[in-house]
Design a protein around this ligand. Structure first.
Ligand code: GTP
Ligand code: MG
Length: 149
């Protein structure tokens, strides 16, 4: 099954949104397979956001992400990457639909509360970076009430 890397950014931690974000993924039906609070290094963040290195906002992005601890998690389930992105909403919160995490809790792109992997390969890369690829394997007993037989 598909896995995605979801991370509550420093503003999300400071604003007390960790529980809310976890609850949304739990209630949607996804299975939590890894969870950790990290105080990331600059090196790790530069790897995580390597595709944005040439952007003018990159130094601001790195400073933002270094401004406090983050909560990283791996969620597993049907179409987890795409559905996770849909639950987060558009990158710029002003364009995020109400009902999405960013659409409900954020206003500016440089303070957009959470991260979600943008593709299955990216997710695997990010799970490697943040968790060394180590996630938990277990059967979720409520699964049969979430997925059709
Ligand atoms: P992530 O889930 O965090 O990867 O966001 P995303 O995939 O929706 O967007 P992208 O990967 O393109 O950008 C990564 C992050 O950089 C965004 O979530 C923003 O926090 C930040 N960012 C993107 N564009 C801008 C910008 O124009 N200005 C500023 N200040 N930050 C930006
Ligand atoms: Mg991204």
């Amino acid at each position: 099954t598909e896995q995605t890397y979801i991370m509550v950014k420093p503003d999300g931690v400071q604003r007390g949104l960790v529980g809310e974000i976890i609850a949304r993924f739990e209630k949607r039906g996804f299975k939590l397979v890894a969870l950790k609070m990290f105080t990331p290094s600059k090196e790790l963040l530069e790897k995580h956001y390597a595709d944005l290195k040439e952007k003018s906002f990159f130094p601001r992005l790195v400073a933002y992400m270094l401004s406090g601890p983050v909560v990283g998690m791996v969620w597993e389930g049907l179409d987890a990457v795409k559905t996770g992105r849909a639950m987060l909403g558009a990158t710029n919160p002003l364009a995020s639909a109400p009902g999405t995490i960013r659409g409900d809790y954020a206003l500016q792109v440089g303070m957009n509360v959470c991260h979600g992997s943008d593709a299955v390969e990216t997710a695997q890369h990010e799970i490697g970076l943040w968790f060394g690829g180590e996630v938990n394997q277990y059967k979720l007993s409520r699964q049969e009430w979430i997925y059709e037989a």
